[in-house]
Design a protein around this ligand. Structure first.
Ligand SMILES: [Zn+2]
Length: 114
């Protein structure tokens, strides 16, 4: 047991005071292990919640839909929407260009369409 002298009268400390400062190896007791399990558990669930919030924020940006008859990308009304993606001809052109150009870029041919 350590005795603290930096006090008006000597104070007996608890047996665990100063553990880890001596040359004895630190051996966690049941309370230390329970505390660590709780702390790591809390950190893990915090991390999961933050991840879910990020994912929800990311998903939300795709959850808006424009009214029927409007392009689902630019929102402009059009009577030439493509039946699959409901995009106006301009947006469909851009989407197809981006898809082909991306494929070409990944093949090492540059971001362009031949
Ligand atoms: Zn459009």
């Amino acid at each position: 047991m350590t005795t603290i002298f930096d006090s008006a009268r000597p104070v007996k400390s608890t047996p665990s005071f100063g553990r880890g400062l001596t040359r004895r190896p630190f051996v966690p007791d049941q309370a230390d292990q329970a505390w660590a399990a709780q702390a790591f558990g809390d950190a893990e669930s915090d991390r999961e919640l933050e991840e879910q919030a990020l994912q929800a924020r990311w998903d939300d940006q795709f959850n808006h839909t424009f009214p029927a008859g409007c392009c689902q990308l630019c929102g402009e009304p059009s009577d030439q929407l493509d039946p699959v993606h409901e995009l106006c001809p301009e947006c469909l052109d851009r989407a197809e260009f981006a898809t082909l150009a991306g494929v070409n870029e990944r093949a090492g041919l540059g971001y362009r369409v031949f």
